[in-house]
Design a protein around this ligand. Sequence first.
Ligand code: PLP
Length: 460
Amino acid sequence: MTDFDLTKLLAERGAERYELHARHLNHQLPRMLRAIGFDKVYERGEGAYLYDAEGREYLDMLAGFGVMGLGRHHPVLRRALRDVLDAGLADLTRFDCPPLPGLLAEKLLGHAPGMERVFFGNSGTEAVETALKFARCATGRSRVLYCDHAFHGLTTGSLSVNGEDGFRRGFGPLLPDTAVPLGDLGALARELRRGDVAALIVEPIQGKGVHPAPPGYLAAAGELLHSAGALLIADEVQTGLGRTGEFFAYQHEADAAPDLVCVAKALSGGYVPVGATLGKEWIFKKVYSSMERVLVHSASFGSNAQAMAAGLATVAVLEDEDLVANARRTGELLRGRLAALVDDYELLHEVRGRGLMVGIEFGRPRSLALRGRWAMLQAARKGLFAQMVVVPLLQRHRILTQVSGDELEVIKLIPPLVIGEREVDRFVDAFRRLMDEAHRGGSLLWDFGRTLVRQAVANR
Ligand code: PLP
């Protein structure tokens, strides 16, 4: 028997992690992490916390870009995955109909009245690719509309409906799709008049900058689309599975009626990559229109037993622990406590979002002293003030967060849905201290700001 020993391998070579990345993977990742002092060595994770080699505890308000909806290593997930391995199933036979995909589809559809069928893939971008293909096939049209600043993944089809030039540059030509401003029904109606639109794809809350669609937009956009014979695709890859305080974020709007819904990230339980595209039966019937077309859209690893077990266990935990309600409740507490600071700190402009998807936006201060400092940062690069807060949140307060997109003065919080008052207290307390320091003109913080300016200028 091969004496492969993972524990031994990690013990022997784990310390080479940054060098291995620099040598064999995307070399810019270790470079960037070192530049901003994020080059930590996390050894372990549990719930909403990470632990470094010295056993120090970090509060994770990033949740692996939303993948860790249940936090890390939920015991129910661990048990389900052990069980599925121990069962020795005849998985991925391909010429049979195993029970787990059917059971997970049944569960997901139970949370999405109006949706009737599910396709399982392996990631968020694949869930989006599926929706784009299904919309084209079902309508017989090719053009997909998307919103300015949208993010739907980075494979070529998803990239064609990405609203940021920075992501698109260098990869063209992409599909000839068209952007409309989020919330602009007039622009949508104008595009629909051309008669070639298959669908509009939209994030109910845009991940970049944390911008919720205006109230009523999804329902009204759906009506316009349907009357023009086009479809509404809700991309719930980040917002789905309870993050915003409803199982799906489009459900905040009673009349929102998407035709296709993309799901991924948290459905993995933080363990097994998975994507799901939920849709109307008539759409699936157009795609799989004859027996010859049974494999016309499929994926080798789609519906694999580990992913399905992780998905089933994830939904069971969401239900049993009432995590959707917890996201609503704890999110309100967090946003309320942060919003109460807006009047105290002139650099803090707005706190927005829904449930546990929160954006904290900074902006130009009123007072002369702070205006000079703000202008210094802005002249070098937009987004540096948010960076100036995110870095000491990690370095000094051991809280992991992110700037919500390139050149944005917005911090995004998407913590695991299991957080409660203790974590809200810890975050708000740390954030308030940093705001105090920034507004007092504290030299430690602003010296760091000057370092960021020098780095930004050197990188031009
Ligand atoms: N759609 C949205 C709204 C996302 O936020 C993301 C990822 O951040 C994706 C799609 C792509 O998901 P993945 O990274 O699993 O391909």
